[in-house]
Design a protein around this ligand. Structure first.
Ligand code: PGA
Length: 255
């Protein structure tokens, strides 16, 4: 299984000209580089999906959306459907990002609806889980993760689960420049594996990729990905600078 570098561009690249500059710089940085053991998934705002697919999608670079609704079509003002994401040429979908949970009322139940529809429509779900600072201080991280996985995976069977990518993204590490120790990340990885093994059996989850997200930078890749044996990273701010994102991809690829 290839390692994964997911670039979450969030609500950035405000105009077509900014987007064009991004393409130019991304292509420049990627030129001549071969990633045998890693792939990059860029997740732009939905309005840019098609042009990202047209301009950057190739063997190494795949495209994903940052969110979607669970219904296919109809009177849902402002929403983007799984069919629309799929038709754009995107293959991945981030689900349950902490910013969706915080600002837009995403819950474990809506995460579950979205995972199910993504799997049904042939999109690869990138599912974010992790605890807040308060939950960490209360020492209930394990309970939070168990709940998020159990609710999020309701009615998902063992033949489907292997297609899900899990992101351990402690919310206090997002945008904060503080990252957990590699032991903490390894602990979360083992916990996620244990929950999944108990639920589905080891055979069905051996290929599942578990990646880390939250303040990933080239200088922290060792600590957050290599040392704890993660299958990749989810990168926010640094993904806006192709030079940095590709540096991160090179480090993960060498792992
Ligand atoms: P960050 O964001 O890398 O800027 O911390 C990560 C994320 O929220 O996806």
């Amino acid at each position: 299984m290839k390692k994964l570098i997911v670039g979450n561009l969030k609500m950035n690249l405000l105009s077509p000209s900014e987007r064009e500059r991004y393409f130019k710089s991304f292509k420049n940085e990627l030129k001549g580089k071969v990633f045998k053991k890693a792939e990059i998934v860029l997740c732009p705002p939905s309005i840019h999906l098609e042009s990202f697919v047209e301009n950057l999608k190739n063997k190494t670079v795949k495209i994903g959306a940052q969110d979607m609704f669970w219904e296919s079509e109809g009177s849902y003002t402002g929403e983007v459907s799984p069919e629309m994401v799929k038709a754009s040429g995107a293959e991945f979908i981030i689900i349950g990002h902490s910013e969706r949970r915080k600002y837009f009322g995403e819950t474990n139940e809506t995460v579950n609806l979205k995972i199910k529809v993504a799997l049904k429509k042939g999109l690869t779900p990138i599912v974010c889980i992790g605890e807040t600072k308060e939950e960490k201080d209360m020492e209930i991280t394990m309970d939070v993760i168990i709940q998020q996985i159990q609710d999020g995976l309701r009615d998902i069977n063992r033949t489907q689960v292997g297609r899900i990518i899990f992101v351990y993204e402690p919310i206090w590490a997002v945008g904060s420049d503080i990252v957990p120790s590699s032991n903490e990340i390894m602990g979360a990885r083992l916990l996620i594996k244990k929950i999944l093994t108990e639920k589905y059996g080891s055979k069905y989850i051996e290929k599942i990729r578990i990646i880390y997200g939250g303040s990933v930078k080239p200088k922290s890749v060792n600590q957050v990905c290599v040392e704890p044996g993660m299958d990749g990273v989810l990168v926010g701010r640094e993904s806006l600078v192709p030079l940095e994102l590709i540096k991160i991809a090179e480090l993960v690829n060498k792992q």
